[in-house]
Design a protein around this ligand. Structure first.
Ligand SMILES: [Fe+2]
Ligand SMILES: [Fe+2]
Length: 139
């Protein structure tokens, strides 16, 4: 279970709201019980996670491009790798039951906290430094 912490705040309202929703999905996965979940449930929530992640990543990438962010390529690559890894885990879970649910959980928690505190914070500092944070809030 991931609880929202103040240090996750990017101060870009649009991004923070999406991060909260993303964490909600992660917590939903975390709440799935190994005993009761079946492959199709896992697949369904996996698809939700992938779709919402892609949506959120494209929001950030559009912002990065708009403001000519120096870290665009690296940050975008992190997003790509995340989606790839989720797809991998879900593919591998096919046929061998729910054994990979805890692997998925661990990966998700580690990645999201790392990403929120790392590259997303760096992006936020950049946006604030050029005064772009308020422009995004209005959109
Ligand atoms: Fe993000
Ligand atoms: Fe990001």
């Amino acid at each position: 279970m991931i609880k929202w912490k103040s240090q996750y705040n990017t101060k870009i309202v649009k991004i923070d709201n999406q991060h909260k929703k993303l964490i909600d999905i992660l917590n939903e996965i975390d709440g799935l019980s190994l005993g009761t979940i079946n492959n199709s449930d896992l697949f369904e929530i996996g698809v939700e996670l992938i779709n919402y992640s892609k949506y959120h990543f494209s929001t950030e990438e559009k912002i990065m491009k708009k403001y000519d962010y120096y870290g665009y390529e690296y940050h975008k690559e992190q997003h790509l790798q995340f989606v790839k890894e989720i797809k991998n885990i879900i593919d591998r879970s096919n046929g061998i039951g729910m054994m990979l649910l805890s692997a998925l959980n661990n990966f998700l928690k580690e990645w999201i906290i790392d990403h929120l505190l790392g590259v997303d914070q760096e992006l936020s500092e950049f946006l604030i430094s050029i005064g772009a944070d308020e422009i995004e809030e209005e959109e």
